[in-house]
Design a protein around this ligand. Sequence first.
Ligand code: SAM
Length: 313
Amino acid sequence: MNRIIFGDSQNMHELDDKSVHLVVGSPSYYNAPFDTPGLFHDYDQFLNIMGNVTREVKRVLDDGRIAAYVVDDITVDGETFPIVADMTRLFRREGFKYRGKITWKKPNGYCRISRRSGVLVQHPYPMYPHFDNLTETILLMQNGNFDYKKVPQELKESSRVNLEEWLGKHWHLSVWEITNVLPAKNRLETGIAAYPEEIPYRLTKLFSYKNETVLDPFMGSGSTLKVAVQLGRNAVGYDIDVELLETVKEKLGINRNGLSCGSFDIAIRNDAKHLRTQLRRKVEASRRRYATGLMRAKEENSPRHPSSRTTTW
Ligand SMILES: C[S@@+](CC[C@H](N)C(=O)[O-])C[C@H]1O[C@@H](n2cnc3c(N)ncnc32)[C@H](O)[C@@H]1O
């Protein structure tokens, strides 16, 4: 059974203990300026929520199985937050083993925040370097030891890893060179920091068997679910933002006749939010406050309104 649940993945009560065989997902990167500005009050709140989701992931994931998170450190208002390290710590606190990481490298021509390296161009001196980020981390955490003997040989054979992909396409390397989802106009994933389907494609083939269940606790546009179903797995996705419903339906082909991606049970819980609208309003309000502040400052500094500040010499 494939399921989509709009609600907060800090609570995944719809899923039984140990009923999931692989988790693939990518949380919001704290208050990422390009994605979720102002979503969290502060970094501690972000870590607290991520910790609660991790606890639920631990509960629903079967023994020895993998949780793969695409994450990266993020700079917000000039401060860089060590999300990769902190997320690793949260998983380890819940009893996961660190299985390792893969570095996802985007093409050299891609730079999300190219102004960062520009600082040194303006000030070509030591201590000014800031680096343009071309990579993200795919964190692999394991829920204890996996019992390889438990898997029937027939299932192993039907889920066999293609060695042409493993060796020929360099999946065996710890650096995966994959083009990111390009910011094309009118693309389906507009406003969603979606990852390329190649990432869940590789992870699903490498860490799950046919007919098993893949969970994405941060579904976004539904990339993980689409790939999972195409690869003969069951898929479950959670997202807090009910405004993504139509995007997800479109990606999974749910609107079309003869569902192209299997059938899905869709539930909207009462803790789902209209997140994108809320964030847009927050950004607009802070822009208005900024503009009003600027106007006031201009007025106060103009000769008609001399500043009331007194200076003692
Ligand atoms: C980086 S996006 C995921 C994009 C997705 N991998 C894709 O390819 O489209 C992160 C998603 O997590 C969702 N999210 C953030 N906090 C959540 C929570 N507590 N519960 C469920 N979803 C959450 C956001 O609404 C957002 O859509």
